[in-house]
Write a protein that binds this ligand. Structure first.
Ligand code: PCA
Length: 217
């Protein structure tokens, strides 16, 4: 099977002027990772429009592996998202001024989808490479979760041979420096190294490792 990777990021949102996930999708566009060409795609931070663009890219590029990236201000590590939920609940308006509250991503769709990436193996390989990472149990309820859910629904219903998932990344140091409160950040090069580790691990391991990682609460 020919391997093809789709790597998505988002445009800046919420008044920010950059988004590390956009920089990562652009930086890796056209690269080859272990023989698999990468298409980088920057999605609008807009409910529905982001999914329309993603669905089109799935049809055009027919990826076998999809890694969607997004910015998570306040998080300190690379977070491999476990689950996408069928809820839009926006705390702030998206870039088109829309703010859906408690609406489904896909009316009548299942409550949730799990990532089909080997998230525990990816976290273990990131740690082995000296990069901070963890499994996250929530991708939130804004446009990132919306795209993650829409992606997993599309893969489950229309692209059964493809695997996919979502990784949140911290702010860039330049973004954190503009904030009044001390906030975690990570250099773009470190994130880029992490994305490559995640992609290589996902290409290599189809079945996740059984590694304890749940919180005690
Ligand atoms: N982060 C937002 C949407 C776009 C992005 O990069 C989120 O976590 O929902």
């Amino acid at each position: 099977m020919t391997l093809r990777i789709l790597l998505t990021g988002f445009e800046p949102f919420g008044g920010d002027i950059m988004n590390p996930s956009q920089a990562l999708a652009e930086a890796l566009h056209g690269q080859c990772v272990d023989g698999a060409p990468v298409t980088g795609l920057v999605l609008p931070c807009v409910f529905d429009a982001a999914l329309d663009m993603l669905h089109q890219a799935l049809e055009v590029h027919r990826p076998t592996l999809v890694l969607a990236l997004g910015q998570a201000g306040g998080r300190a590590d690379l977070s491999l998202e476990r689950v996408a939920i069928n809820v839009n609940d926006a705390r702030i308006p998206d870039n088109a001024g829309r703010q859906p509250i408690d609406t489904p991503v896909v009316p009548g769709g299942p409550a949730a989808y799990f990532s089909t990436l080997p998230i525990k193996a990816i976290v273990a390989e990131l740690h082995a490479a000296g990069l901070p990472a963890s499994v996250s149990q929530t991708a939130g309820t804004f446009v990132c979760n919306h795209v993650f859910y829409g992606l997993m629904h599309a893969l489950a219903t229309r692209h059964p041979r493809a695997r996919g998932g979502f990784m949140h990344v911290p702010l860039l140091p330049g973004q954190a420096a503009c904030l009044a409160q001390p906030t975690a950040s990570m250099a773009l090069q470190t994130m880029r190294d992490g994305v490559l580790v995640a992609l290589r691990t996902a290409l290599r391991e189809r079945v996740d490792r059984v590694v304890g990682g749940g919180a005690l609460d």
